[in-house]
Design a protein around this ligand. Structure first.
Ligand code: MLT
Length: 270
């Protein structure tokens, strides 16, 4: 698979592979664009796949300092800048978890630029009071104990129990790729998520198809929340991954890829 890397003027990097209708993939918290590698390998055969590393992650570590406004809306404007730089008038936006929160912020501001979007283990709900309290505890923990200790505890919780027991190597690799994160970056992303609004109105008002991929063992975005939201759009495409946690891209890569491919093919036909 051939890839090229481009940058926005602020240093936000994104990889491009494949030809065809454009799709932008947004990774989640504590990840970089590499989280989509298994999907891109397959989807780049039919689509032009554009995979940013959000500021402070992967190849975009330098771009974090240039982020003057720290909000998910500001990150949605980065997506717009990438789309403009690539000359995209219309594209599909797929986001994992926090990447889905950014996709919703994008859909709120630039709905005319999307032909469909996907929430992969993600949600249109704002943080509950419990979630905010937990994030604040985590921020305190990161400040006191450092980012690596936090990630060592957090990353395994993203996976389903059976997968965790059988694939320690994949969890170790995820952790190794995340250990370079700065505490400051992780804290800023938590603060951005705490202050994001409820966006169920974007789902109920969606004039375009929406893909939902859920995991039955997801503890970060639980199944019942996802099920309660997937009937909101006029047209939803739904994949429920049995025994998957929050990381279907790695826990059930084939089904995740097929669900995305079917969704993208459907958008092309319409
Ligand atoms: C993520 O994977 O992006 C996070 O789990 C999202 C969250 O904490 O809400």
């Amino acid at each position: 698979m051939e890839q090229t890397v481009s940058n926005l003027p602020d240093g936000t990097a994104y990889r491009i592979s494949g030809n065809g209708k454009p799709v932008i993939f947004l990774h989640g918290f504590g990840e970089s664009g590499e989280v989509w590698d298994l999907q891109i390998k397959e989807l780049s055969k039919d689509f032009r796949c554009i995979v940013p590393d959000l500021p402070g992650t992967g190849l975009s570590t330098g771009a974090f300092a240039a982020l003057t406004e720290k909000s998910l809306e500001a990150l949605a404007f980065k997506v717009k800048a990438i789309a403009d730089q690539e000359g995209l008038n219309k594209f599909t936006l797929l986001g994992h978890s926090m990447g889905g929160y950014i996709a919703l912020a994008f859909a709120a501001t630039f709905p005319h630029m999307l032909n469909g979007f996907g929430l992969i283990h993600s949600s249109a709900y704002a943080d509950s009071e419990d979630k905010i309290a937990n994030r604040k505890k985590s921020i305190k923990f990161i400040r006191e104990q450092g980012a690596p200790k936090f990630l060592e505890q957090m990353i395994p919780t993203l996976y389903g129990e059976k997968f965790k027991a059988e694939h320690q190597d994949i969890i170790d690799a995820h952790l190794a790729s995340a250990l370079s994160f700065d505490a400051e970056v992780l804290i800023a992303y938590y603060e951005m998520m705490i202050s994001r609004p409820h966006r169920t109105g974007i789902l109920s008002g969606a004039q375009i198809p929406v893909l939902f991929i859920m995991g039955t063992e997801d503890k970060a975005v639980n199944l019942s929340d996802s099920l309660a939201q997937c009937y909101l759009p006029a047209e939803s495409h739904i994949e429920i991954l049995d025994a998957s946690g929050h990381m279907g891209m790695k826990e059930d890569p084939e089904r995740t890829t097929i669900a995305m491919k079917q969704f993208l093919m459907h958008l092309n036909e319409n």
